[in-house]
Structures are given as structure tokens and as C-alpha cells.
Design a protein around this ligand. Structure first.
Ligand code: TRH
Length: 380
């Protein structure tokens, strides 16, 4: 007898930036590739999607990409049957007609809110708890996280092995970097910079330029470019631009596909990342990093930052932990980080070891896609 695959619907509204689509696209692909599920991904803004996946046809109402049925989520909702599992990413509001379709099913679907990532302790207590109800259908909180008792982090099967192999293969790295137009000088420290606007940047670039060793800064197109241009004293910076100031080479990169961005992070000695998804990918890169956390009202992001730092630095000596804390807190507050950077450099081998150790520790958790599937299996 033909066994029908469970059907999953993932809903994504693109609030701003790329994190919402970045996370849901990753999850949808993984559910198809590793769990053989039938997945529809509903996205309200296909142009943002196209930036991280150039194959996307931003005019298509329906298309298949890597086994995922990608649907444009139109303002005027057309009647659609509800799936077995429904994921509302980041508390997005589902169309009322769709919720009615969920309630009309003989067996209501498993309806989950895939929440924002946080290292705060309360997440463990709230993961898996009931949220609101629509008619007979109960919504459940599903929290990603770093600690046992949360939903874990997105991590594709074999990712860490791939990463390790790539990092042990300098010719493969060179070839990859050359494909992006990057010629790394033998002694140069490679740094990637993906961040929101940040007034603290200039002080960092000052010390990188004054460094005894060469630094090569790779900046994907995006919101920080204005600050970089101001420091360089140029009007604009476009993709491909290379500017040299003393020991510092600044190079502007195109926005690349998600898997290429991973490889870029794996090549770099240090990664500055932002938001939610690039933050996790930098952790999987196993290299020292700096997080520009997404700013939230009433500074609630600062609790998230403190909670993550407490976990991430617990294996460090007090002095190295203090150096990391100083660097990260200053960066997220838009304060000068030059001195903090120099201080962190004093503990480099320890920070490198910690980054790898943290990655290995997190890699022991079940990944988020597997945790979602297990949650569903326990529920049916
Ligand atoms: O773009 P972001 O700032 O997204 C943010 C956060 O997710 C935040 O939590 C959310 O609330 C807010 O949006 C609305 O940062 P993030 O999460 O790192 O997403 C960037 C995505 O873009 C990620 O999937 C990696 C991807 N990317 C590429 O695919 N290619 C690139 O060249 C670069 C630089 C990023």
C-alpha cells in the first residue's frame, strides 16, 4: 500500500532583512532532504528569498525548489487544505481561512509557533507549552535553543564533518575564495563582516589598519557598507570594490547563496555576524566570532546577549571571558571596539579553542529539524 508522506506547511512573513526567510528556507529544505516530508513553504516576499536563493522566480505563485513546494503567500488568500503539521515562523499570523481549514480537519493538525532563538533560561520552561487556541486547534510554542530541553539549532546532517574537511583543505578554500574574487595574502588574517549600521566600526578599522600584520576584511553588500565607506573616505562602495589602508584591505562581496556564505565563514579566521541565522552559522564555523544582535524595543535584546555570553564564555579563563564580554557588549551598543579587539587578541588561541569546543558541544544536541519531527511523532 502506498504510504502518504505527512504534509507540512511552513508560513513565513518577511519582516525585514533575511533572517525569517533564511531560517524557514533552511528548515524546509532539511525536512525534505533528511526526513522525506512533503513541505510547502509560504512566503509573502519572494524578492528577499531570491537574494539567498537566486533560483527563486519572484513572480511565481507556485514553484519547486530543492524538493520544497514554494508558494507565494498572497494578500488575498485562496482556499487551501490544511497540512498535517503547520509551522508559523516567528509568531506570524496565519490567514483566517487557513485556520478554519485546520479546524475543519477530522484530526486537527499539529500547529506550532517556531519562536526566536534565545539562550535565556526561561526558554527551557516554555518550550513545548500550549499557546493560543483557534476553535479546536491548539498552538504550541517551539523554541530553538542552546540548552537541553529546547528545540536545538538548525544543523544539516554532516555539516560539521563537511566544515572540518573544508578547513583542512587549503586548495579547496583558495579555489572557493578565488571564485568570489578574493586573493588572500599568505599572512593575512581573513575577517568577514556582516552587521547592521554600527558607530563602533571606525575604531575597529583603525586598529586593523594599524596592525603589524595584514588584515583582509570581507564585507558582503548590506547595511554596514555606509559606515565602511565613511571610514575609507569614499562616497560609495559597490560589489567588487577593494580598498587598501595601511595593513587593512577592505573588499566588498556580493550577497551569496546560503551554502556559499557558510563556506565563507569557514574560510575566515574571525566572523562578525548578525541577527539569528548567520549567528548560528558562525558557531558551526568553529572560529572566534562577534555577534551584532538584532535590536529590540526596550532593549530586551540585551538580556538575550547576556544569556548567550554566559553560556558561550563559560569554558574560558576569567580574563578571556571578560575580553569577549567587553568586545561583544561594546559592538552591540555601537561603542568603539578598537581597544576591546586588541584585548581579545591577547587570548586568541584560547578563543579559537573555545569556538571549536562550543561548536562540538552544540553539535551533540539533536538538530532543530529532527527535534520538530520527533515532537510530531510523539504527538500523533
Ligand atoms: O538578515 P538578518 O539581520 O535577519 C534578522 C534576524 O533574523 C532577526 O532575528 C530577525 O528578527 C530580523 O531579521 C527580522 O540576519 P540573519 O538572521 O543572520 O539572516 C541573514 C541570512 O542571510 C542568513 O540566512 C544568511 C544569509 N546570507 C546569505 O545567504 N548570503 C550572504 O552573503 C549573507 C551575508 C547572508
Amino acid at each position: 500500500m502506498l504510504e502518504l508522506k505527512p504534509r507540512w506547511d511552513i508560513f513565513c512573513t518577511v519582516v525585514d532583512n533575511y533572517g525569517d526567510i533564511g531560517v524557514t528556507w533552511r528548515l524546509a529544505r532539511q525536512l525534505v532532504a533528511e526526513h522525506s516530508l512533503a513541505v510547502r513553504l509560504w512566503v509573502d516576499d519572494l524578492r528577499a528569498f531570491e537574494r539567498i536563493c537566486p533560483e527563486i522566480d519572484s513572480n511565481a505563485a507556485r514553484q519547486w525548489q530543492q524538493g520544497v513546494e514554494v508558494r507565494h503567500w498572497p494578500r488575498e488568500w485562496a482556499p487551501t487544505g490544511a497540512a498535517d503539521v503547520v509551522i508559523a515562523a516567528f509568531a506570524c499570523q496565519l490567514p483566517t481561512d487557513y485556520m478554519d481549514a485546520m479546524a475543519e480537519r477530522a484530526k486537527p493538525p499539529l500547529w506550532m509557533n517556531l519562536d526566536y532563538l534565545s539562550a535565556e533560561d526561561w526558554v527551557v520552561g516554555c518550550h513545548g507549552l500550549p499557546s493560543v487556541k483557534y476553535k479546536s486547534v491548539q498552538k504550541i510554542f517551539f523554541f530553538p535553543g542552546f540548552q537541553a530541553g529546547t528545540g536545538g539549532l538548525l544543523r544539516e546532517r554532516g555539516l560539521l564533518e563537511q566544515r572540518r574537511q573544508f578547513q583542512q583543505d587549503p586548495p579547496a578554500q583558495r579555489q572557493f575564495l578565488q571564485g568570489l574574487g578574493i586573493e588572500r595574502a599568505p599572512e593575512a588574517q581573513l575577517i568577514s563582516l556582516f552587521a547592521y549600521e554600527n558607530a563602533g566600526l571606525a575604531s575597529w578599522l583603525d586598529v586593523l589598519a594599524a596592525d603589524a600584520k595584514p588584515n583582509h576584511l570581507l564585507v558582503p553588500e548590506g547595511r554596514i557598507l555606509g559606515d565602511v565607506a565613511r571610514w575609507l573616505g569614499v562616497e560609495t562602495l559597490s560589489v567588487g570594490a577593494i580598498e587598501v589602508r595601511q595593513s587593512l584591505t577592505v573588499q566588498v562581496l556580493p550577497f551569496v547563496r546560503q551554502d556559499q556564505y557558510d563556506r565563507l565563514l569557514w574560510c575566515c579566521d574571525f566572523n562578525a555576524v548578525r541577527g539569528e541565522d548567520s549567528f548560528v552559522r558562525a558557531q558551526w564555523a568553529g572560529r572566534p566570532m562577534l555577534w551584532h544582535i538584532y535590536q529590540q524595543d526596550e532593549d530586551i535584546h540585551l538580556d538575550k546577549l547576556d544569556a548567550f555570553l554566559a553560556l558561550y564564555t563559560k569554558g574560558l579563563s576569567p580574563a578571556a571571558a571578560e575580553a569577549m564580554n567587553g568586545l561583544w557588549q561594546a559592538w552591540s551598543a555601537g561603542l568603539p571596539i578598537g581597544e576591546h579587539w586588541l584585548n581579545a587578541r591577547n587570548y586568541w588561541p584560547e578563543l579559537q579553542e573555545n569556538a571549536e569546543g562550543w561548536c562540538l558541544e552544540q553539535g551533540l544536541q539533536a538538530d532543530l529539524a529532527a527535534a520538530l519531527v520527533q515532537f510530531y511523532l510523539n504527538w500523533i
